[in-house]
Design a protein around this ligand. Structure first.
Ligand SMILES: Nc1ncnc2c1ncn2[C@@H]1O[C@H](COS(=O)(=O)NC(=O)c2csc(-c3nc4ccc(O)cc4s3)n2)[C@@H](O)[C@H]1O
Length: 543
């Protein structure tokens, strides 16, 4: 007898591909091989076709295997959004070799810590990320090979893809002579993605091939999917190295869409791209929604092609959603909700019943519940609790971290999101707070523990606590409470600069620094983060 108050996703309108994500993607790329545009770089207008991705990814698969990698290795990819980004990702998926993506904006220290989790044998890097990769490779003996994904020529002895594949595939190579491997999609690791989860430092989220093939069903769903007509253009502004950008873009390949890609947000270019490419659908993080709601620039461009705006990755204010819908003359804003730990979105607002303020309804093949952590019971409509999910789509666990895994996925297989919310009588979910300590700055994860560890390394700092302060544009700004060693002095800027020198820009202490006598902690020494937030809430607004 199933527990009551379990919210099931709608009956699926499509079956999950029985094979691996690599097999499904291989079939899709072949099916759309005649399409001249798969990814377009909106900054340079460079294009890669479906046929080019198909051939290059197959050549890379043969080459990676002949180089000597197998399922016990990991393929690393470190690049900004790039038209060549997915070539090594697809190759590894064909082979059943786990892929680990890295943020190209990481500092040496962050990337070293990140790579020590998944330990990739081969790193595929963009030209831009290459200096970073070569610096950290000096201290990471497990990286045996670096290949540049977006250069026609070798760079200072580092092979480009053409050189690497020429060693193992000649000019007579036929992609159809290569077939993706057969294996159990539920068991085989597809990707290892970075997330700090509900607490602590960034961890490796292990996602199976089944996780991906389920999310591919969602992308083709007429009610929850983005677009289902091949070669429809979709403008993506989310980072490919993050789950949001990775799995939405892979699912666009399954539909045969034309992905118009931006590497970063620049207001005028963003609007000009929509206008010039007559984009019908955009997928953006909430800060871009604030721009669309408020910027006078918006009125200077013809955005009449837009019929769908999708967002997610962080809370979206109801007023912002309504303002954008009104300004762009849309029936509503499509909002999705997901975690790296769930692969991609597990809830999306149905196109035929968008409820402003809602993050949507559970998708097909997903079960959700609102848990009362005090009683362990699943709650009914309107009652607030921790939102939990159960599906073959959720992560298998954290890579080599069983303790963190059992803290997040309970004995019944429910993933505890760390988010507080409720659902209404129609099953529309609303996120109201975050139980977990995770901070999200412009949709990017900031793990308080990571910044606290860095602060404690400063000789003048005796203790520290990090929290997120609300911000209309960015969502949250990382902020720190600091206890100085006796007799020591530091300014707010000195603390901010100390952190800024060691982390990627999204983790900078933009929310400020408050010097306190002690950090609020419980009897077991655990940080009381609610009290940290209150310290900043009571702080006088900056002039
Ligand atoms: N819509 C939302 N509303 C409020 N909060 C949201 C949210 N989405 C993520 N979050 C927050 O980010 C946390 C997870 O952060 S995370 O690990 O970095 N992962 C993510 O944020 C994540 C992974 S996949 C994904 C999305 N995929 C989509 C596909 C289509 C679409 O229209 C919208 C989306 S959002 N988001 C959540 O626990 C929650 O706190």
């Amino acid at each position: 007898m199933e527990e009551e108050n379990i919210r099931h996703g709608e009956r699926p309108r499509d079956i999950v591909h029985p094979g691996s994500a690599g097999q499904q993607l291989y079939q899709s790329l072949y099916k759309f091989a005649s399409f001249p545009e798969a990814i377009i770089d909106a900054h340079t207008n460079e294009v890669i076709s479906y046929a080019q991705i198909f051939e290059t990814s197959c050549r890379l698969a043969v080459s990676i295997e002949q180089y000597g990698l197998n399922e016990n290795n990991v393929v690393g990819v470190c690049s900004e959004n790039n038209i060549n980004f997915f070539n090594p990702v697809l190759a590894a998926l064909y082979l059943g070799i786990p892929v680990a993506t890295s943020n190209d904006m990481y500092t040496d220290g962050e990337l070293t810590g990140h790579l020590n989790i998944s330990k990739p044998t081969i790193m595929f890097s963009s030209k831009k990320a290459l200096p970073l990769i070569l610096r950290v490779q000096q201290n990471l003996s497990f990286i045996k090979k670096v290949v540049v994904i977006d250069s026609m020529y070798d760079i200072n002895g580092v092979e480009c893809v053409s050189t690497f594949v020429a060693r193992y595939t000649d000019h007579t190579f036929d992609p159809l002579s290569f077939t993706p491997k057969d294996f159990d999609p539920l068991e085989k690791i597809a990707l290892i993605m970075s997330s700090s989860g509900t607490t602590g430092l960034p961890k490796g989220v292990v996602l199976s091939h089944r996780s991906l093939t389920i999310t591919f069903v969602h992308s083709r769903d007429p009610i929850y999917g983005t677009r289902t007509v091949p070669q429809t253009s979709i403008l993506s502004l989310v980072p490919f190295h993050h789950a949001f950008g990775m799995f939405t873009t892979l699912s666009y390949f399954v539909v045969g869409l034309k992905v118009v890609m931006l590497k970063k947000f620049e207001g005028a270019l963003f609007l000009k791209t929509i206008q010039n490419y007559k984009i019908p659908t955009i997928v953006v993080a909430p800060p871009v929604m604030v721009f669309l709601a408020k910027s006078p620039l918006v009125d200077q461009y013809d955005l009449s092609s837009l019929t769908e705006v999708a967002t997610g990755g962080a809370p979206l204010g109801k007023d912002v959603a309504e303002a954008v819908a009104k300004r762009l003359k849309l029936p509503g804003i499509i909002q999705g909700y997901g975690l790296t730990e769930t692969c991609c979105a597990v809830m999306i607002t149905p196109h035929n019943a968008v409820k402003t303020g809602s993050t949507g309804r559970p998708l097909p093949y997903i079960k959700a519940k609102v848990l009362d952590n005090a009683t362990g019971k699943a709650l009914g409509p309107g009652e607030r609790g921790e939102i939990c999910f159960k599906s073959e789509m959720i992560m298998k666990g954290y890579y080599n971290n069983p303790e963190a895994t059992i803290d997040t996925i309970d004995k019944d297989g429910w993933l505890h999101s760390g988010d507080i919310g409720y659902y209404d009588e129609d099953g529309n979910f609303f996120i109201v707070d975050r139980l977990k300590e995770l901070i999200k700055y412009k949709g990017y994860q900031v793990a308080p523990a990571e910044l606290e560890n860095l602060l404690l390394q400063h000789p003048s700092i005796a203790d520290a606590g990090v929290t997120g302060v609300p911000d209309e544009f960015a969502g949250q700004l990382p902020a720190a409470c600091v206890v100085l060693e006796s007799g020591k002095t530091l300014t707010e800027k000195e603390v901010q600069d100390f952190i800024a020198a060691q982390v990627t820009p999204t983790k900078h202490l933009r929310g400020g620094v408050v010097f306190v006598d002690s950090i609020p902690k419980g009897p077991t020494g655990k940080l009381i983060r609610k009290e940290l937030r209150e310290i900043f809430a009571q702080r006088a607004p900056k002039s």
